[in-house]
Structures are given as structure tokens and as C-alpha cells.
Design a protein around this ligand. Structure first.
Ligand SMILES: Nc1ncnc2c1ncn2[C@@H]1O[C@H](COP(=O)(O)OP(=O)(O)OP(=O)(O)O)[C@@H](O)[C@H]1O
Ligand SMILES: [Mg+2]
Length: 159
């Protein structure tokens, strides 16, 4: 069964780390908006461009699934609507759709991001993370049950 894996979580939750591991292990094609934006010389905070890129990736993901390739999408999937849409798209193509929800306590996210910022990544500050956390819609158990496979980090999302 072809696998479509959605990696959901805030910055610092470990999506890219997990995606690289899964892409090598499964194997699967990994589509990472941040890397493509950086490679194209586009500002990572250009939301309009990011939306367009993600739309292109959704189309590409469908082509890959039709060809029998497994796909890992590390969009973050902050909204329930986005996750619902992608699950429908995958299912329509007969894929197994998996949601991997990466949660970590807020202070742990900040700690990881501060370390990453110091290594030269585009900085995500504590203040920005607070704003992101306000709009992030964490999946609940009812939603997780809608997927073929789910995986979550051990530690619960802060409330
Ligand atoms: N499970 C983990 N435990 C501890 N540190 C981790 C874990 N997963 C990732 N990290 C570290 O945390 C930092 C952020 O991880 P990563 O870049 O994978 O997150 P991300 O979700 O892709 O973030 P972004 O949304 O900003 O791209 C990295 O320095 C990574 O090495
Ligand atoms: Mg990442």
C-alpha cells in the first residue's frame, strides 16, 4: 500500500528530523517547503509564495502516489481543514494516509529553536512561537482516529 505521511507540529517539533529518517527508511519522497523556499531564494515568511508552493506540492504528491511512490509532507499542517483536505486527496488515490503529530512542551520547543537559531537557521523567536501556538490546531483523538496510521511524540502538547 502506498503511504502518504503528514507531519504535523510547530517549529522545532522535529518534522524535518523525522521526515529525513522516514524518507530514508521507507523509502519515500520528502517534500519540504522551507528547503525549497530557501533554495529558490524566497523569504521563508512570504506566506503567499508558500501557499503557492504547497499547492504545487499537493499536485506533485498526487502524481507520485499514482506512480506508487510513498510521500512525506512536512508542511506543519497547523489547521484541521488542511489535514482533512490532504487525507481526502490521499484516500481518493487509494493511499494509506498517516498523521504523525509531533508535540513537545513549549519550553522544549524554545530551547531547540534557540539552539538551531544559534547555528545560523532563520530565527524563530519565543515571541513568534507564542503567536504560532495560538493559531495551531492540535489534532484531538477523534481526528487521529480518522487516519489509517497515527504516531505521536511521547510527551503531551502543552495546554
Ligand atoms: N525528538 C527530538 N528531541 C530533541 N531534539 C530534537 C528532536 N527532534 C528534533 N530535534 C532538534 O530540534 C531542532 C528542530 O528540529 P527540526 O528542524 O526537525 O524541527 P521542524 O519541526 O522541522 O522545525 P521547522 O518547522 O522550523 O522546520 C533541531 O535542532 C533538531 O536537531
Ligand atoms: Mg523543518
Amino acid at each position: 500500500m502506498t503511504r502518504l505521511i503528514l507531519l504535523c507540529g510547530l517549529p522545532g517539533s522535529g518534522k524535518t528530523t523525522m521526515a529525513k529518517r522516514l524518507a530514508a527508511e521507507i523509502p519515500a519522497v520528502r517534500l519540504c517547503p522551507d528547503e525549497w523556499l530557501a533554495g529558490l531564494g524566497v523569504d521563508l515568511f512570504d506566506e503567499q509564495f508558500r501557499d503557492k508552493l504547497e499547492r504545487q506540492f499537493r499536485t506533485l504528491a498526487q502524481d507520485l502516489l499514482r506512480l506508487g511512490q510513498n510521500v512525506v509532507l512536512e508542511f506543519g499542517f497547523w489547521s484541521r481543514a488542511e489535514r482533512d483536505q490532504m487525507r481526502d486527496i490521499g484516500r481518493a488515490l487509494g493511499a494509506h494516509v498517516e498523521l504523525h503529530y509531533l508535540a513537545a512542551p513549549f519550553d522544549e520547543l524554545v530551547r531547540r529553536l534557540e539552539k538551531r537559531n544559534s547555528e545560523g537557521a532563520v530565527p524563530v523567536t519565543r515571541e513568534l512561537l507564542i503567536e504560532y501556538a495560538k493559531v495551531f490546531e492540535a489534532p484531538d483523538q477523534d481526528e487521529l482516529d480518522l487516519f489509517d496510521v497515527t504516531a505521536s511524540a511521547d510527551r503531551p502538547q502543552w495546554s
